[in-house]
Design a protein around this ligand. Structure first.
Ligand SMILES: [Zn+2]
Ligand SMILES: [Zn+2]
Length: 83
């Protein structure tokens, strides 16, 4: 007897690498890969957690970049009197 998918009643073919939930073909999602060539398999729950985390990292980086650009302009302005 094959294990059932955690999201529906179809037989599971694989499992989530994050939480170990059994998943069918339909519900398995390939996660974002960091430093690995092997595609990681995640359930929709873990996938949304990872996506949220990634979005937060991108937001922080964007804010950091904007602050960096402002400081760069301010620095160049004080050195070269651009404005
Ligand atoms: Zn399923
Ligand atoms: Zn999971």
């Amino acid at each position: 007897m094959a294990p059932k998918c955690g999201m529906c009643d179809k037989p599971a073919t694989t499992q989530c690498e994050q939480c170990g939930m059994p998943l069918c073909e339909e519900h398995m999602t390939h996660g974002i890969q960091f430093r690995t060539n092997n595609p990681t398999i995640h359930c929709p729950n873990c996938e949304s957690n990872i996506t949220r985390l990634t979005k937060r990292i991108i937001l922080v980086l964007t804010i950091g970049l904007i602050i960096g650009v402002i400081f760069l302009i301010w620095y160049l302005d004080s050195v070269f009197y651009l404005f």
